[in-house]
Write a protein of this length. Structure first.
Length: 252
C-alpha cells in the first residue's frame, strides 16, 4: 500500500500532524502544493476534509472541490470558506483548536509521583466513570484499539483524574504518541492534577521510544496552553473546525 507521504509535496512530508494521523485516514485524495494542501478523507461521500498551509490557498482548494455534504472539516486558522461553500458542504463553524507536540522530556512536576499506570481492561469502567464526570463530551475510551496506555490518580479511593495516550504514525520504527482523554473531577480542578497526568503520559511516551508526543486543545484555553508550553510542547498547528449543524463533539 502506498504511503500517503509519498504523494505529498516535500514541505508536507515532514509535517508531524500529517505523519501522525495518516494511518487513521483510510481512503485519501490529496490536492494542492507547498503553499496549501487539502486532504479528502474517507471517499467522496460525506468525507472529512483537512487543510494545511496558507489559509487563502486552502480556501481556494475547498471552493474548487467537487464534493457534496461533508462529515467534518478542519482548516488553518484564518481560512474563511464562503457561506455558499459551507452550504454546499452542509457545515457550520464548530471550534478553534491547536495541535501541539514535543520531543523533549518534561520536567518533573508537583504531584506526578501520585500518578499510576492503569490497566485499560480491568480499570476500564473506573476510567469511564471518571471521564463521564470530568469530561462528558470526550470520545476517548480505554479499550479502543491503538491505545498506548492510561494513567490516573486516586483521591479518597476513587479516580480523581485520568489521561490516555494512543499510538499514531511515524517515519521510523517507533510510533508517535497522542495524549487524549484528559479529565479531572470538577472538585479537583486547579490542584495541578491535570499537569501531573499530562507530564506522566508525555514522559512515558518519550521513554518508550516515541519520536514525539502530541495533543490537541481548544484555542481559547490559554491556561492549558501555558501549562503545555512549560512541559515542553510547541504549538505546531492552529485550526478552525466546521461540523454538521447540531454536532456536540468532534468525530471519534
Amino acid at each position: 500500500m502506498t504511503d500517503v507521504l509519498e504523494l505529498l509535496p516535500p514541505r508536507w512530508q515532514q509535517d508531524r500532524l500529517i505523519i501522525g494521523d495518516r494511518n487513521r485516514w483510510g481512503a485519501v485524495e490529496v490536492v494542492g502544493d507547498d503553499d496549501g494542501i487539502l486532504f479528502v478523507l474517507g471517499g467522496p461521500e460525506r468525507p472529512n476534509l483537512l487543510g494545511r498551509g496558507d489559509p487563502a490557498a486552502v480556501d481556494r482548494l475547498v471552493a474548487g472541490l467537487d464534493v457534496g455534504p461533508a462529515r467534518w472539516m478542519s482548516l488553518p486558522r484564518g481560512a474563511r470558506p464562503t457561506a455558499g461553500v459551507l452550504a454546499r458542504l452542509a457545515l457550520v463553524p464548530f471550534s478553534t483548536w491547536d495541535w501541539l507536540s514535543t520531543d523533549v522530556v518534561p520536567p518533573v512536576v508537583a504531584g506526578e509521583r501520585a500518578v499510576r499506570r492503569l490497566d485499560p481492561t480491568t480499570d476500564a469502567d473506573r476510567i469511564r466513570r471518571c471521564l463521564s464526570a470530568a469530561s462528558p463530551d470526550t470520545t476517548a475510551d480505554p479499550t479502543r484499539p491503538g491505545e498506548a496506555g492510561w494513567w490516573g490518580v486516586e483521591v479518597d479511593g476513587v479516580l480523581g483524574g485520568v489521561v490516555g495516550a494512543s499510538e499514531r504514525g511515524a517515519t521510523g520504527t517507533d510510533p508517535s504518541w497522542h495524549v487524549h482523554g484528559l479529565g479531572v473531577l470538577p472538585s479537583l480542578r486547579g490542584t495541578g492534577l491535570g499537569t501531573a497526568l499530562t507530564a506522566a503520559a508525555t514522559r512515558a511516551g518519550l521513554s518508550a521510544g516515541a519520536p514525539w508526543v502530541s495533543l490537541g486543545m481548544y484555542a481559547q484555553n490559554d491556561g492549558a496552553r501555558r501549562i503545555y508550553h512549560r512541559l515542553g510542547y510547541r504549538t505546531e498547528v492552529e485550526l478552525t473546525s466546521f461540523s454538521p449543524a447540531g454536532a456536540r463533539r468532534p468525530p471519534g
